[in-house]
Design a protein around this ligand. Structure first.
Ligand SMILES: [Zn+2]
Length: 44
């Protein structure tokens, strides 16, 4: 999954269509969504 840099929507891109534009805002900027990294915050 990728996040559109224009509208922030989550868009599913595959290797074959990485050159496409966002279907919502027509931008071609995407950020790869990273898996949630658990920060080591200790709540005491
Ligand atoms: Zn967009």
């Amino acid at each position: 999954m990728y996040t559109c840099g224009g509208c922030g929507r989550s868009i599913e891109l595959s290797q074959s269509n990485l050159g496409i534009r966002c279907t919502y805002c027509n931008k071609k900027v995407f950020y790869k969504e990273r898996p949630t990294i658990a920060k080591s915050l200790e709540a005491r």
